[in-house]
Design a protein around this ligand. Structure first.
Ligand SMILES: Nc1ncnc2c1ncn2[C@@H]1O[C@H](COP(=O)(O)OP(=O)(O)O)[C@@H](O)[C@H]1O
Ligand SMILES: [Mg+2]
Length: 301
C-alpha cells in the first residue's frame, strides 16, 4: 500500500479515497487505493499506461462508482449520492479532459460561457465578463470568437481549461494535460497549471505518465502500478529516488528500483524485466496470464 502521509494540522483534506477497489468484469483495475489530497496542493498521479490512472480520476469525480471503499470530496462521501446531489458537488470542481472536449459548433467564448449558462442565474453581460476573465487567465483572449477546429491543440487545451475554470472551482482535475502536444506547448501547459495553482490557490489532481511534466508541477506524487498505489510522497522524495546512482540503486528494494526506473525512463530494470517475463509466459502458454502475484510492497515510512 502507498505510504501514508498524515496531513499537517489544520490542512484540509479535499479528496479522500479509502480502501477503494474497482473491477471491470473479472479484472481488478484498482486494488485497495488510499489517497488524500490536501487543500492547495498539486497531486500528480503517475503510472504506466493501463495502471489505472484514468479510472482513479473517474472515481474521484463520481462518474463511476467504486466496488468497495469510500471516496470523499470536500469532506462529503460521494458514494451512494444521487445524481442531483452529485451534480451539486460537480459544480465545485473543474475537469480538463484529455481532448479538451470542446463543442465544435460553438466558439471558444461560447464554450467557456456554457457552464455559467447551465449552472448559474447570471445575466449575459456578467457571463461575458467572466468569459473574458477566464480566457485572459489562460492566455487565450485573442481566440474568443474562433471555432475549436480553427485553433491549435495547445489552444484547445487552454480553452478547455478556461471552461473548467468557469464556475471558479477550488478543485481541478487534469487527465494527461500534455498528451499529444509538442514539448514546448506541453511545457507551456505545465507553466499554466503551476500559475493557476499559485494565482488561484486551487487544489489540483493531475494524471500523467510524462515525468518532466510531473516533476514541474507536483507538490506530491502518487505512483500507481498495476492497480496498486505503491508510493505517495513529496516531489523532493521522488526526485531523490530518481537521482540515486546505479550503485545505490543496486542496494534498494525491488519497489524502489521499479519506481526509479519509471521516473528515469530507463530501458532496463524491474519494470521491463517483468514485462519480458510476461511476454515469455505468453509465448509459452499462448495467453497472457492474469497478474495475481504482485511484488511485495514496502511502506515508505
Ligand atoms: N470501462 C471499462 N471497461 C473495462 N475495462 C476498463 C474500463 N476502463 C478501463 N478499463 C481497464 O482498466 C485498466 C486501467 O485503465 P485506465 O484507468 O484507463 O489506465 P491508465 O489511465 O493508467 O492508462 C486497463 O486495463 C483498461 O483496459
Ligand atoms: Mg488514462
Amino acid at each position: 500500500m502507498g505510504g501514508y502521509i498524515p496531513p499537517v494540522d489544520s490542512q484540509r483534506v479535499m479528496i479522500r479515497m479509502q480502501d477503494v477497489v474497482k473491477r471491470f468484469g473479472d479484472q481488478t483495475v484498482l486494488d485497495g487505493i488510499n489517497l488524500e489530497v490536501y487543500e492547495g496542493e498539486t497531486m500528480v498521479i503517475m503510472g504506466g499506461s493501463g495502471s489505472g490512472k484514468s479510472t482513479m480520476l473517474r472515481l474521484m469525480i463520481g462518474s463511476i462508482p467504486p466496488d468497495e471503499g469510500r471516496i470523499e470530496l470536500f469532506g462529503e462521501n460521494i458514494c451512494g449520492m444521487g445524481e442531483d446531489e452529485l451534480n451539486e458537488v460537480r459544480k465545485r470542481f473543474g475537469i480538463l479532459f484529455q481532448s479538451g472536449a470542446l463543442f465544435n459548433s460553438m466558439t471558444v467564448g461560447e464554450n467557456v460561457a456554457l457552464p455559467l449558462q447551465e449552472h448559474t442565474d447570471l445575466d449575459q453581460d456578467i457571463i461575458d465578463i467572466q468569459v473574458v476573465l477566464k480566457l485572459e487567465l489562460v492566455g487565450l483572449l485573442d481566440a474568443q470568437d474562433k471555432l475549436p477546429n480553427e485553433i491549435s491543440g495547445g489552444m484547445k487545451k487552454r480553452a478547455g481549461l478556461a471552461r473548467a475554470l468557469a464556475l471558479d472551482p477550488t478543485l481541478l482535475f487534469y487527465d494527461e494535460p500534455s498528451a499529444g502536444l509538442d514539448p514546448v506547448t506541453s511545457a507551456q501547459i505545465d507553466q499554466l497549471i503551476v500559475g493557476l495553482a499559485s494565482k488561484l490557490g486551487v487544489t489540483s489532481v493531475v494524471v500523467t505518465h510524462e515525468m518532466d511534466s510531473a516533476f514541474t508541477i507536483a507538490d506530491r506524487m502518487a505512483m500507481l502500478d498495476r492497480g496498486r498505489m505503491i508510493r505517495i510522497d513529496t516531489r523532493e522524495a521522488f526526485d531523490r529516488l530518481r537521482r540515486t546512482s546505479d550503485e545505490e540503486a543496486a542496494q534498494m528494494s525491488e519497489t524502489d528500483r521499479l519506481i526509479r526506473q519509471f521516473l528515469r525512463g530507463d530501458p532496463d530494470g524491474p519494470l521491463t524485466r517483468r514485462r519480458e517475463q510476461g511476454d515469455f509466459e505468453e509465448a509459452l502458454f499462448g495467453e497472457s496470464l492474469a497478474i495475481t502475484d504482485f511484488p511485495s510492497v514496502e511502506p515508505t515510512r
